[in-house]
Write a protein that binds this ligand. Sequence first.
Ligand SMILES: [Fe+2]
Length: 530
Amino acid sequence: MVVCVPEAHAGINDALTHGNARHTKRKMVAQASIDPQTVHDTPRILVVDDEQVIREILADFLSMEGFWVRTAEDGSAALVELSRNQYDLVLSDLKMPNMGGLELLKAISEHTPNVITIIMTGFGTVETAIDAMKKGAYDYILKPFKVEEVVHTIRRGLERQRLTAENLRLKEALSLYKVSEAIASSLSLDGVMSTVTDAAVNEVNADAVTILLDDGEGNFFERAREANPAFHGDGDVGELDPKALHAYFADDKPLRVQGSEGVRFFSTPPRALALSSLLVIPLRIRNRMIGFLAAMSFTRTKKFDEGQRKLLSIVANRAAAAIENAKLYEDLKGTFHQTIKGLASAIDKMDRYTAGHSERVAAYAQILAIKLGLSPPDVEIVRQSALMHDVGKIGCVMNLNKPGKLTHEEYAIFQRHPVFGKDILEPISFLHPLIPGVYMHHERWDGNGYPLGLKGKDIPLFARIISVADTYDAMTSDRAYRKALPHEVATREINECTTSQFDPDVAGNFLEAIEADRKARADRGDPVPD
Ligand SMILES: [Fe+2]
């Protein structure tokens, strides 16, 4: 066997000819080699050859070149090693006992396709080399070789692997675009949380993902957590330490750590799991830190790389904006609900007989909307529209509470209240979905209603629903001009007005829904109105 080495590494040539010296040299090199637990970005190479001398020379030389190297004496030993540790490149002999190079190649392309393989062959013919490359080898080296040539081929292979990985990332970026869209379109904070944790788990193949958020007073709490469905840990992934993260990110450095080094960022480290890799990205809105998105790996062979950190950064940037939007939207919704409730109660207070009317109409309309099978967002629109249905009465400057009938003029103004309601809601865009119910709740199925005189299904469904709920509550509560009618009378009236005043289908469903609701109340022991 002849191994040619350059002049500068004559020590290895000496080692080849002086058995003991070789071992001394090897020990020395082994000490100088890089500890995988401290330097994680060092390319990791597995040398597979049945000849011990070749294994040792290559291990020594490649270690001196800055690679992290392990060796295996044949294909099956290599597979065992590949299942234990993560490698970037396998440099393998072709002809070996137990399992040869071609068989190993096949197994690598099936199980660890990202590992690049270079074949060494001592009886190399072009055909054998081509066969190896057809089976997925990146390149081949003919024995005897110059170690410089080996290093050159390895570096070329690793560069190609890097480019392939970048290409893959580009493809991932496309899927990331879809993820971004999904994040941006989630309006509720819960929706954003679940989209972001899903995306983070999928994009970087994390075992667990967690999001810490600011509570608005500078305290951080875990707002969401998700585990990879393929991960079978005990679920106790520990708790990150917001203080340690804050201190770390003060310097604006990226946080990607491998192995147990990441444990210092935990206030409660995972109890039974060994941390293999940790990625944390700060969530920032205009330089203000609003939280952290963290991906964790507890799988020994799964270490996050720089590309994955960048991917997660993109997810985190989109997430920060979406979280801010969702928070604003939820605040706005809170304010909006307060405003609606306030307005509804102001309307009801205009008339002492209608106290609580809007709230009750909203409750009846909601029951009916659910009975009709409307989607939850539509049920909510119906409920809010019903709560606001008489908001236009604010525009009727007159005494709606006077005993006896309204004069002809007063009634004409009263009939304008749906129009006033529409006018009140129109300038506020997020109240627009409430307009149909408010504007058209006095339309009638037979076309004799107001203000538009619409007929049948030309009347929006939300308005048809509110119309029945409004009438039922008006009949079953005291009015200035009469006492409340009993439930049975009111339902009979509604039944009789089906096809003239009400959509028959909507009215029929209302009668069923209200009976079911009264029964449920009675069963619960709640009061049921007469
Ligand atoms: Fe009304």
